[in-house]
Design a protein around this ligand. Structure first.
Ligand SMILES: Cc1ncc(C[n+]2csc(CCOP(=O)(O)OP(=O)(O)O)c2C)c(N)n1
Length: 582
């Protein structure tokens, strides 16, 4: 956890002003660099406090205006996901909270820590600074505003008075930063933040640390090590072990030493270099039935049970900060041993447990040969599918993925709202690829890319999204934010003019049904779409429509050059045929 929890080692100097001013200064003191905001009447004391801070020079989080709450939270998600710091978001009372829930759910399922906040309708009808003065102040009030979002966040609270400010903020940040990390929610009534600040001493840095994760249990590790040591065909399945960037090297060393192949099923963070000899791609289905021991690490859905299952005698070890995913109502994957702990801690404990029995080359060498054969087969199949895709018209997403891979800088951060095929791309370092949340609340990718750019201003950033995902992202708000905050990124829209995932799901359920034979099934075709490239151009960016496979590489080069050399956002509207993974 690298969040600074304080900037100096003394108590903060006391100043005149409001709770709003003290709150902003406290956030900055606790290492919150950015406050993503979508404002309303509840913001008045905060806006005044920002002006006062500008005059006094008190450090406060930089305000980042976003014209939709889904965008504000997606930007915060992207920023937190890349930086591992905790950003804050503030939205307008109940209605703003309603608008941010989808993006908050994405962050929650991916363990991204965010301090989500919202105003409250003023509590009083008159008599206090901040009392109701607009007709909306009655209808916007709810009996339980936080109830809307309570299932998604780790903790929620309403600030009641000036005196508890430090405890509340420090507790919120410590809970958000404790693994498994996640968003927390704090509501801030207008009279409370408009009140005079308290003169209660505020320790700096915070005295409320995040809790360290549990250490892996020695007996469980020993049992898992025995299962892996005996296996002829062991397999690791992960989605998110790489959320701790240090795992990228640790998993590489572990997999290599003990010759255990790794499949990354629907990864949100990559956990292994593409070129690693134990990397067996992204599809567990073809390997699952061959496996006799499976180590699932940080993977909520290691395979789809209705489509494929491991052999009945295959041992399954589930590892993670919350290996049973207790926040998911149903999850019935087999689990012979469950180990709670960080991926890094568990890999290190398993290394010690396996070192005795498994450095035996007679066990490891045959595995290594098996994995090499599997890897060769996967790479041959990928090449065949690229060749088949190469000259298709309209463009094939496989070919688009390959061209993106060839065009991108080796250090480019790629945000994938699921249309990019990572099996046709190379990522050799941690934190270069981020996939959309397993909650799949569409509209995340473009905002997350802006947040990633904020976290790593010197890295090129690209968002690859479907036309559906792009429209869910509030494009006008996205392009406005990119220009306003000087966050030039490249958006590649794979435009198949449909909600392909909806069609694929219908065909899968009713392969012989009428809808499968229809040219116009309901709720699938998007018909005539806007010229997306012009939406980007309207915000001062560069836009191009690409219809021909042969012209895509040059179009990518042009767009990448505009983003890099002119510091302007760019959008390629790539007209694709059906395809996709969801
Ligand atoms: C907020 C939200 N609403 C609806 C969905 C259901 N949904 C899943 S994929 C999808 C279509 C996405 O379209 P597009 O981005 O064009 O990709 P394609 O499926 O065509 O490959 C929809 C509507 C969702 N995941 N999230």
């Amino acid at each position: 956890m690298d969040q600074r929890l304080g900037r100096s080692n003394q108590s903060e100097k006391k100043e005149a002003g409001t709770v709003a001013g003290a709150y902003l200064a406290l956030l900055a003191n606790r290492g919150v660099d950015y406050l993503f905001g979508n404002a309303g009447t509840d913001f008045a004391p905060l806006i005044e406090a920002y002006s006062q801070a500008a005059q006094t020079g008190v450090p406060v989080p930089r305000p980042i205006l976003a014209t939709h709450e889904n965008l504000a939270v997606s930007m915060a998600h992207g920023y937190g996901m890349v930086s591992r710091r905790i950003p804050a978001v503030m939205v307008h009372v109940s209605v703003g909270t309603a608008n941010m829930i989808c993006a908050a759910m994405n962050a929650s399922r991916e363990n991204v820590a965010i301090l989500l906040t919202a105003g409250r309708s003023p509590l009083t009808e008159q008599g206090l600074p901040g009392s109701r003065d607009g007709y909306i102040h009655w209808a916007q009030e709810m009996y339980d505003q936080a109830g809307m979002i309570r299932e998604i966040v780790k903790w929620d609270y309403e600030l009641r008075n000036a005196e508890q400010l430090t405890t509340v903020v420090d507790r919120a940040l410590a809970i958000a930063a404790t693994e498994p990390r996640g968003p927390v929610y704090l509501s801030l009534p207008r009279e409370v933040i408009a009140a005079p600040r308290s003169d209660v001493e505020r320790p700096s840095p915070s005295r409320l640390s995040a809790a360290a994760p549990a250490a892996p249990d020695a007996n469980a590790v020993a049992a898992a090590a025995r299962m892996l040591a005996r296996a002829r065909r062991p397999l690791i399945v992960t989605a998110n072990a790489g959320r701790d960037a240090a795992v990228f090297d640790a998993l590489a060393a572990f997999a290599e030493r003990f010759a255990i192949p790794v499949v990354q099923h629907r990864p949100r963070y990559l956990s292994l270099p593409s070129s690693h000899p134990m990397n067996l791609g992204f599809d567990p289905a073809r390997l699952l039935q061959k496996a006799d021991a499976i180590l699932v690490t940080e993977s909520d859905v290691p395979w789809i049970p209705s489509q494929v299952a491991p052999a009945p005698d295959c041992k399954v070890i589930q590892c993670g900060l919350d290996p049973l995913y207790t926040r998911y109502p149903i999850r019935g994957f087999p689990c012979d041993v469950a180990i709670t702990g960080s991926a890094l801690g568990i890999l290190s404990a398993l290394t010690a447990g396996l070192a005795d029995g498994l450095d035996d080359q007679s066990v490891v060498d045959p595995r290594r040969r098996w994995v090499a054969d599997e890897r060769a087969a996967i790479s041959a199949a990928a090449e065949a599918s690229r060749n088949a895709a190469a000259r298709k018209h309209p463009l094939d997403p496989v070919w688009v993925s390959h061209c993106i891979d060839r065009a991108k800088d080796a250090r480019c951060i790629v945000i994938n709202e699921y249309t990019l095929f990572p099996d046709h791309c190379r990522f050799e370092f941690p934190d270069l690829y981020f996939g959309s949340s397993s909650a799949s609340g569409l509209g995340w990718g473009p905002g997350a890319a802006l947040g990633a750019k904020l976290a790593r201003p010197d890295s090129p950033v690209m968002a690859v999204v479907g036309d559906g995902a792009y429209m869910f992202s509030n494009p006008a708000a996205v392009h406005h934010a990119s220009a306003l905050h000087d966050l030039p990124v490249l958006f590649v829209v794979m435009n198949n003019a449909m909600w392909g995932a909806v069609e694929r799901s219908t065909r899968a359920m009713y392969p012989d049904g009428l809808a499968s034979r229809s040219n116009q099934p309901a709720f699938v075709q998007l018909g005539k779409l806007p010229a997306f490239e012009q939406i980007c151009e309207a915000a001062g960016g560069y836009g191009e429509r690409v219809e021909d496979a042969a012209t895509l590489p040059d179009a990518l080069d042009r767009a990448i050059s505009v983003v890099k050399n002119e510091r302007r956002q760019a959008l390629l509207n790539v007209i694709c045929g059906p395809g996709g993974t969801a």
